[in-house]
Design a protein around this ligand. Structure first.
Ligand code: PGA
Length: 259
């Protein structure tokens, strides 16, 4: 695992965008796994800048998003569909036919349909030859995607029930009313994420310091789903100084190879 500590949010974002842009340049038909949340916003801003100013070309790129709330239509401002178009896809030359975001409109009461849908999502990833780079944020509780503590470490895309903690965290986007936060989501599993050729996890700010410490230095445990990245052959963590502030080891500021 490679841990890169950058001074602040901007530096973290630029470094992560640089890693992504390298893949896009080297393999114009790459499949990118994308994430939502506040952390990737700076990465997406930088990718948009690279597209506009440097001609970074996304026309043959395929994308797969990590997750989506169940029950929110794509037009809902808090849906991850809406987020991705608003913050990235509308500003780059990605081909909409190559964009995949789990559907939020599969009926939660029709569990067989959800299973079928999730299998289809996994099959699509397989059909394009797998994900080349998976971008990840991390929750304060160590979740990745909507894989909450206790999630199976081998699972593939499936329906998950959100914890009260995550719903409370995310209620800031739903008028601070937890009752408005959906209860279920479709999310790639840790197994799906581990199948990506490169995993790029980003974190910023003090509130993530505990989760980053457990992810990098703690035991691998389903209680901290992100700790599974220790098992990945090619994982890069880019964090800012605050998010890295609880790490015991004195990592070099620029790049430290932890193996
Ligand atoms: P954040 O969310 O980027 O908004 O902090 C990350 C996550 O919960 O996965």
């Amino acid at each position: 695992m490679l841990v890169v500590i950058k001074k602040g949010y901007e530096e973290m974002s630029k470094e992560a965008a640089r890693v992504i842009s390298e893949i896009v340049r080297e393999k114009p038909t790459a499949a990118l796994g994308l994430a939502t949340g506040s952390t990737p916003l700076g990465v997406y801003r930088e990718l948009i800048r690279m597209h506009k100013e440097e001609g970074l070309d996304f026309s043959k790129i395929t994308t797969f998003n990590l997750d989506e709330y169940l029950g929110l239509p794509p037009s809902h401002p808090q849906s991850y569909h809406y987020f991705m178009y608003e913050n990235l896809f509308n500003h780059i030359n990605v081909n909409e036919r190559f964009v995949h975001i789990p559907s939020g409109m599969v009926d939660v009461n029709e569990i067989h349909r959800i299973h079928k849908y999730c299998d289809w999502y996994e099959d699509r990833i397989g059909e394009v030859g797998g994900i080349d780079l998976q971008l990840l944020g991390i929750g304060k509780n160590g979740h990745i995607g909507f894989n909450e503590p206790g999630s199976s470490l081998g699972a593939l895309t499936r329906i998950k029930t959100l914890t009260e903690n995550t719903r409370a965290d995310n209620s800031r986007f739903f008028d601070n009313d937890i009752r408005k936060v959906p209860k279920y989501a479709i999310t790639m599993g840790i197994g799906t994420i581990m199948n990506a050729r490169l995993v790029l996890l980003i974190a910023s700010g003090k509130t993530k310091a505990g989760a980053i410490k457990k992810t990098v230095e703690g035991p691998i445990t389903a209680q901290v789903p992100a700790s599974m990245v220790q098992m990945h052959r090619k994982a890069i963590l880019i964090v800012d100084e605050e998010a890295g502030s609880k790490l015991d080891v004195h990592y070099e500021r620029i790049v430290t190879d932890l193996n």
